[in-house]
Design a protein around this ligand. Structure first.
Ligand code: FES
Length: 233
């Protein structure tokens, strides 16, 4: 397993187990990831009492160093992100750097983590790989066609991409048998969202935005919800 730790809340003790990383939207059957961890807990700790399950996002900057400092986009806004799961170290560093920036003190590390830095050499490999990946998804996912007839084949608790009047629609059937149909086009940069089976969400494989089954934005970089698939434009 990637990481195991304990966590106490009052007199309750919990075990936290992390594993099975994959890119957002790149694995539809995410139940496999949860099962792998649960099987491990059963064997290693003899317990099958799972109280919480969740998938978290781990942001990874192109040059692998977090962005800590003033926002390149807004005035008087300070940011600290891209810790790649090393929050203990970078969270502490962010506290020191940001407090110095706010109080006008010199901090020797501020330049290294500056969100406005430009590091073409260190970033090139990852940037090129990610952009090829985005392009591949844009092309592949737009070619996939599922006709409106497929509405009937969407089972309870399942999500599927189908075409409605020539537009891609993210379709989910809820526990009462009703269909929820929203646009499958991510409002960030237009990729087609993918179904996340374990967490019942629509996840974008391009830059990781996530949406609830009714299209509500759960996590950026998108700022807006998925549109109503049946709206005419
Ligand atoms: Fe969906 Fe960028 S296109 S997150």
């Amino acid at each position: 397993m990637e990481r195991i730790s304990t966590y106490n809340v009052g007199s309750e003790s919990y075990l936290i187990v992390l594993d099975d990383t994959h890119k957002v939207g790149h694995r539809e059957d995410t139940t496999v990831s949860f099962k792998k961890i649960e099987d491990y807990i059963k064997v290693a700790f003899g317990s099958d009492e799972i109280v919480y399950r969740w998938g978290a996002q781990n942001y990874s900057p192109a040059d692998s160093l977090p962005y800590i400092g003033t926002s390149p986009l807004q005035k008087n806004v300070y940011i600290a992100t891209g810790f790649e799961a090393d929050g203990l170290i970078y969270g502490t560093a962010a506290g020191a750097i940001l407090s110095d920036l706010i109080t006008g003190k010199h901090n020797p590390w501020a330049e290294v983590f500056d969100p406005k830095r430009f590091t073409p050499e260190a970033s090139a490999k990852k940037t090129i790989k990610e952009n090829i990946d985005v392009l591949a998804h844009l092309i592949k996912d737009y070619l996939v066609k599922g006709s409106e007839k497929e509405f009937a084949s969407v089972n309870i608790g399942e999500g599927k991409i189908v075409e409605v009047r020539g537009k891609k629609a993210a379709t989910y059937r809820d526990e009462s048998g009703n269909l929820q149909v929203v646009s499958a086009i991510c409002p960030h940069m237009g990729c087609v969202v993918h179904w996340n089976k374990a967490e019942r969400s629509w996840d974008c494989p391009c830059h990781g935005s996530r949406f609830a089954v009714n299209g509500t934005l759960l996590e950026g970089p998108a700022f807006n919800d998925l549109e109503n698939a049946l709206d005419e434009k």
